[in-house]
Design a binder for this molecule. Structure first.
Ligand code: PLP
Length: 378
């Protein structure tokens, strides 16, 4: 059996270990510390935001974001349906309820027209949601302007889950920085990683300092331990922030490498019958965090699942596109607004190995394996 090719693996540069050594040398082995401060400052400069708080995960960042915009038990939050479960679980942590919204075809992200219509209908019956949670999937921005305009019309705060979209652009600016608050993830499979970590960003300095406060057990200013609110233990460790500082320095290279993977896949597989790649919408630049394609079984000769299994048999990891959250058993009682776009993408969609550290030989193996499935079936 040949070596396993994974979907997306960590890819360290030259600086990460130096920063980690510095944390050891100075004994800053704690949550908070100079690397955390520097990581936040450098992150702000990189994505173009004024304030950020480094936390232990993207999920934690979203939990804080939703709490800080005032989401409470019984509230409703509109949320993209085509996404990872962690986009929506923080809504439920607060006792609120997600309402899931379908995707458009140009970006695979939340459909602005559908949102606009849904908000107008909800306004009529006096049942507007308390927030809109917009996800930027697979390294591509959603069409933010019309979404933001729809939110502004009813004064609904926009929260952006840009966990998968660091390094992408929307009209020249990184998604995650347009709404009231945005979040990013540095989990092991993301475009850059701290092994685990997340970032909350906002132009509202008070909101971000409240995020830091809640992330460190909500300690009131007093020499003894005094608390008048419930907080969390969500701060990022100084050691991991050191890894993050190193990773920020190579982000542009990582984006370029992932886009190159995509280009090679597209050049070699784009002409196969029934294969279509995730489009790149004209309003931005995608990072191609994962290269995703859809397989039309009629034209290709076999379906997505058979392709996935054939590649798995050759020790190549691929994965179906996210199962829409409105189809998840745990959200069976949640409202869904939309048609069959996300469902279709889930049915036919496949994510290919996309790491920035894939070798040309790895890419070739994946490409040959897919071509072979097609040749056998047609
Ligand atoms: C990874 C991810 C998250 C969660 O981030 P963690 O750091 O793993 O908690 C949230 N939303 C999306 C879309 C993600 O891909």
């Amino acid at each position: 059996m040949e070596r396993k090719i994974l979907l997306s693996t960590p890819h360290m540069g030259d600086w990460e270990l130096e920063f980690v050594k510095e944390a050891f040398a100075t004994n800053w082995i704690a949550p908070v510390g100079p690397h955390v401060d520097a990581f936040e400052t450098e992150f702000c400069q990189l994505v173009g935001t004024s304030h950020s708080a480094a936390v232990s995960s993207g999920t934690a960042a979203l939990h804080l974001a939703l709490r800080l915009i005032g989401i409470q038990a019984g509230d409703e939050v509109f949320c993209s349906t085509l996404t990872f479960i962690a986009s929506a679980t923080p809504i439920t942590f607060l006792g609120a309820k997600p309402v899931f919204i379908d995707s458009d075809r140009i970006s695979w992200n939340l459909d602005p027209e559908l949102l606009s219509t849904a908000l107008a209908q909800r306004a009529k019956i006096g049942k507007l949601p308390k927030a809109v949670l917009l996800v930027h999937l697979y390294g591509q921005s959603a069409d933010i302007d019309p979404i933001l305009a729809a939110c502004d019309r009813y004064e609904i705060p926009l929260v952006e889950d840009a966990a998968e979209a660091l390094g992408a652009t929307y009209k020249g600016q990184n998604p995650g920085t347009f709404g009231r608050v945005g979040i990013y993830s540095f989990n092991g499979n993301k475009i850059i990683t701290t092994s685990g970590g997340g970032m909350l960003v906002s132009d509202d300095s008070e909101l971000v300092s409240q995020a830091r406060f809640l992330a460190t057990q909500a300690r009131d200013p007093a020499p003894h331990y005094q608390h008048s609110q419930i907080g969390y233990n969500y701060r990022l460790s100084n050691v991991l922030a050191g890894i993050g500082r190193g990773q920020l320095r190579v982000l542009a290279e990582r984006v370029a490498a992932r886009r190159r993977n995509f280009e090679i896949y597209q050049q070699t597989l784009g002409d196969l019958p029934g294969i279509e790649f995730m489009p790149e919408a004209s309003f931005g630049k995608a990072t191609r965090w994962l290269t995703c394609l859809t397989i039309d079984p009629e034209k290709f000769g076999t379906d997505r699942e058979q392709v996935r299994l054939a590649l798995a048999a050759q020790n190549i990891e691929t994965r179906p596109v996210w199962k829409p959250l409105h189809l998840q058993p745990v959200f069976a009682d949640c409202e869904y607004i939309g048609g069959k776009v996300a469902e279709g993408l889930f049915q036919d969609g496949l994510c290919l190995p996309s790491g920035s550290n894939l070798s040309d030989a790895d890419l070739k193996r994946v490409i040959q394996a897919i071509k072979r499935v097609n040749a056998v079936k047609t």
